[in-house]
Ligand binder design. Structure first.
Ligand code: NOJ
Length: 535
């Protein structure tokens, strides 16, 4: 095992951290029952240290019926027994910290599971009860209340209202098993403030906030009129007050927030990052950008420009547990990402996608700010076409079966090429099927191959950690031929990415630090390749 990384003691660690996202169900299986767990994660901490990341973000690990992969939380203060116990989570947080890794947990404030005791009590208590006020219960429209109270579209296709036996309807922006909380109710605010404290007290360094721009609803719950502002449930002004109060709690623990904020409007997005609100938010405009130099450069410029006035660092993300894996997306005709256009059987050139993903890795790791890596990204895992009878994601079912859903990026990781199921799941086999060629991507195999994706990430992260010019700070664009991204960072770091068909000569430099692929016979940077240089 590599020597533990020194824990960055400065309170600003998050401004340029590399944060590794763990989807616990699919990361590592300690007890061999086919589902990933905390003992699996604990055993893999040395792997994460060797990879060179600064922190780990866990998608929800709380008690949950797993209707939406854990984003349907039944109890925030208990770990799902499939993953382990609270005591084990505490051990994990402490062990990780010993090894120099900070922990970020995921809080889902917009909704709870329908199995949460609040919702069960609300169902039992009936119309007009204080228990129902914690949610959005309403009578229906129509002569007999047979129509939903409004026409809001769901974030997962389909309806947003479900009728209960006594005739009332309740709101759920996602599945019926995820009733929305009423954030105008003081008890909802209080409870979440206590949940934050609960996890900060256990030593977590940060909190990822799920669906952060959706919590507050227009109290009249009016119909949705396209193009009319403000939107009745996205980006309501009340949210800022909530996050200001959260920030005062985070301050007590030196904790940080990262918000899941999908907003196209840069100015509205940046409001969440004002100094007394969230520290950071995911940069989805960059993630959805196609492999196109003009688009990428614009996304980078827009990102830096929108963050600059509020003094927050940018975040860079290529993929996560909701979107198509990078090597697959970049190997398709449409290299951008859009939930609406996902389909089964999309033709993919994985060789091409992998070359581009390698270049994209060096691009993102050289940009100013922090970077999120999604488990398996460092192995170059592709999106998997899950057989229809094994799909579990509600997005698939709610689309009427046309959307393949998000399971394809959640397939359990291949750890050991020569073990059954690549070392995940013992005899039981993993909860989602792994494709036949999964062993080719196994971490142990890649660890021995100098040119592997894992080797590239390890080397890049080691350089990023030890060298000048990475992370927070300015970026200066340099003149470059069309289709080439060329910028410098403080301390003489240069990053060049060639997205054009014409090989490009390297600018003058003192040292070549790393390239995502070989240079051509004349020492030029070929198409879909990136290089880091020291001037
Ligand atoms: C965003 C999460 O990333 C996604 O996985 C989840 O389904 C929705 N929020 C609802 O919680």
């Amino acid at each position: 095992m590599a020597a533990p990384l020194p824990l960055r003691s400065d309170d600003d660690w998050w401004r340029d951290a590399v944060i590794y996202q763990i989807y616990p169900r699919s990361f590592a299986d300690g007890n061999g029952d086919g589902t990933g767990d905390l003992s699996g994660v604990r055993a893999k901490l040395p792997y994460l240290v060797e990879l060179g990341v600064d922190a780990v973000w866990f998608t929800p690990w709380y008690v949950s019926p797993l209707v939406d992969g854990g984003y349907d939380v039944a109890d925030y203060r208990t770990i799902d027994p499939a993953f382990g116990t609270l005591g084990e989570a505490e051990k994990l947080i402490a062990e990780a910290r010993e090894l120099g890794l900070r922990t970020i947990v995921d809080i889902v404030p917009n909704h709870v599971s329908d199995q949460h005791h609040w919702f069960q009590a609300a169902l039992a208590a009936g119309p007009g009860s204080p228990e129902r006020e914690l949610f959005h219960f309403r009578p229906g429209r129509g002569v007999d209340g047979e129509l939903p109270p409004n026409d809001w579209p769901s974030e997962f296709s389909g309806n947003t209202w479900t009728r209960v036996a006594d005739g009332e309807w309740y709101l759920h922006l996602f599945t019926p098993e995820q009733p929305d909380l009423n954030w105008a109710h003081p008890a909802v605010r209080r409870e979440h403030e206590e949940i934050l404290r609960f996890w900060f007290e256990r030593g977590v360094a940060g909190v990822r906030i799920d669906s952060a721009a959706l919590l507050a609803k227009d109290p009249g719950l009016p119909d949705f009129v396209k193009g009319v502002d403000p939107h009745p449930y996205v980006d309501q002004d009340e949210l800022h007050d909530i996050y200001r109060s959260w920030r005062t709690i985070a301050r007590e623990y030196a904790g940080v927030f990262v918000g899941e904020v999908w907003l196209p409007d840069a100015e509205r997005f940046a409001r969440y990052l004002r100094p007394d609100e969230l520290h950071t938010a995911f940069n989805f405009n960059f993630l959805t950008c196609p492999w196109d130099s003009t688009c990428l450069q614009r996304a980078i410029d827009d990102t830096l420009a929108e963050h600059e006035p509020v003094g927050a660092p940018a975040t860079w993300v290529l993929c996560n547990h909701d979107v198509t894996r990078t090597v697959t997306r970049y190997g398709r005709e449409d290299t951008g990402f859009d939930f609406a256009t996902k389909a089964f059987g999309t033709p993919t050139d994985l060789g091409l996608g992998t070359r581009r993903a390698r270049a994209a890795a060096l691009l993102t790791l050289a940009l100013p700010g922090s970077v999120y890596l999604y488990q398996g990204e460092e192995l170059g895992l592709p999106e998997v076409d899950i057989p229809r009878d094994r799909v579990q994601d509600p997005m698939h079912f709610r689309s009427g079966g046309t959307d393949p859903g998000r399971d394809g990026c959640r397939v359990p990781l291949p750890w050991a090429a020569d073990e059954p199921h690549c070392g995940f799941g013992g005899d039981a086999g993993p909860w989602l099927p792994q494709p036949l060629d999964w062993a080719d991507y196994a971490a142990d195999r890649q660890a021995r191959e100098p040119g592997s994706m894992l080797a590239l990430y390890r080397e890049a992260l080691s350089l990023r950690r030890s060298g000048a010019g990475f992370g927070d700070g300015p970026l200066t664009w340099k003149p470059a031929p069309e289709g080439v991204l060329h910028f410098s960072r403080p301390g003489g770091l240069i990053c060049l990415v060639n997205l054009s068909a014409t090989p490009v000569a390297l600018p003058g430099h003192r040292a070549r630090l790393l390239s995502s692929g070989p240079l051509d016979g004349e020492g030029r940077l070929p198409q879909d390749t990136a290089v880091w240089l020291r001037a």
